[in-house]
Design a protein around this ligand. Structure first.
Ligand SMILES: Nc1nc2c(ncn2[C@@H]2O[C@H](COP(=O)(O)OP(=O)(O)OP(=O)(O)O)[C@@H](O)[C@H]2O)c(=O)[nH]1
Ligand SMILES: [Mg+2]
Length: 346
């Protein structure tokens, strides 16, 4: 993962703690060169000023904690950053400052530059905005430019700052907004998420977005399934190592909590942050009670794995060996050509 200029600036200003150094290789300004095989995907992050774009980017990709985003300044023009995922996938993030003058420029003089070759548009709406009509107007201008320049782009709308809405109103308000956005987006399709930097919803949305961008994710899932069945796990999760977003999972047994992935991402990321404050780096953990044992461990160079076991006759040591043995297989799947091979081990 590379730090963008703004991230460097934020760090200089001592803006909040950062975790361990980014795992992915940096590219561009730091002098690294991406391999030719790198699959770069341009991701536009748009929405009006103050809607929370830089905040979410800083939390997901630059290890900020929510309260530190209060000190972020408005983004001037466009800030670029690159995030390296699973071997050959590189997200090329364009965080587009949302002040009116910048927005107008994006639709006129910078139109081609901004909207060409876009793979993903993430449009962020402040749910408490007092200028709903203007927000929708900008969104529609953005869609027009996308339709013209990158008609195949995937579109995601985030109805953000949901923490500011009374809890019993959230479902209703989100449903209304979602309907409006879908209608306005036609003929393009959009997926909507409700988000807040103050809870796990941010992870849910970004996991879903990233999941849709990982090449051959089905192959990865198939291998994870084989692995889970071989080691008799209840569930196996794969987390992207730098962001701790869940990128793949397989469950053999029904699990009660539908939000467990995002909760775990959130908790572990906070825990990693606490570790880094003590100059320690998080490697692995085992959590055990009378019903189950959960193992979280570094897996491949780009992932962590979590294995949940409920069979008391399988000792921890056996599961840890199984995880270790699976590492090299998954390491191979991640290499340049992506996950093509199948895990065959017994
Ligand atoms: N309550 C609440 N505040 C948020 C949330 N996300 C971001 N904020 C706050 O919103 C303010 C503006 O956030 P930014 O991320 O700078 O907004 P931006 O969209 O990047 O703005 P521009 O760079 O001007 O386009 C900050 O004070 C954040 O702390 C959220 O989910 N809930
Ligand atoms: Mg910003």
């Amino acid at each position: 993962m590379e730090e963008s200029d703004s991230e460097k600036k934020m760090e200089k200003e001592n803006l909040g703690p950062r975790m361990d150094p980014p795992i992915g290789e940096p590219e561009g300004s730091l002098g690294w060169v991406l391999p030719n095989t790198a699959m770069k995907k341009k991701v536009l992050l748009m929405g009006k000023s103050g809607s929370g774009k830089t905040s979410m980017r800083s939390i997901i990709f630059a290890n900020y904690i929510a309260r530190d985003t209060r000190r972020l300044g408005a983004t001037i023009d466009v800030e670029h950053s690159h995030v390296r995922f699973l071997g050959n996938l590189v997200l090329n993030l364009w965080d587009c400052g949302g002040q009116d003058t910048f927005m107008e420029n994006y639709f006129t003089s910078q139109r081609d530059n901004i909207f060409r070759n876009v793979e993903v548009l993430i449009y962020v709406f402040d749910v408490e905005s007092r200028e709903l009509e203007k927000d929708m107007h900008y969104y529609q201008s953005c869609l027009e430019a996308i339709l013209q320049n990158s008609p195949d782009a995937k579109i995601f709308c985030l109805v953000h700052k949901m923490d500011l809405v009374q809890e019993d109103q959230r479902d209703l308000i989100f449903k209304e907004r979602e309907e409006d956005l879908r209608r306005l987006s036609r003929p393009l399709e959009c997926s909507c998420f409700r988000t807040s930097i103050w809870d796990e919803t941010l992870y849910k949305a970004w996991s879903s977005i990233v999941y849709q961008l990982i090449p051959n994710v089905q192959q990865l899932e198939m291998n994870l399934r084989n692995f889970a069945e071989i080691i008799e796990a209840d569930e196996v999760l794969l987390f992207e190592r730098a962001t701790f977003l869940v990128i793949s999972h397989y469950q053999c047994k029904e699990q009660r909590d539908a939000h467990r992935f995002e909760k775990i991402s959130n908790i572990i990321k906070q825990f990693k942050l606490s570790c880094s404050k003590l100059a320690a780096s998080f490697q692995s953990m085992e959590v055990r009670n009378s019903n189950f044992a959960a193992f979280i461990d570094i897996f491949t160079s780009n992932t962590y794995v979590m294995v949940v076991m409920s069979d008391p006759s399988i000792p921890s040591a056996a599961t840890l060996i199984n995880i270790r043995n699976a590492r090299k297989h998954f390491e191979k799947l991640e290499r340049v050509d992506g996950p093509k091979q199948c895990l065959l081990m017994r």
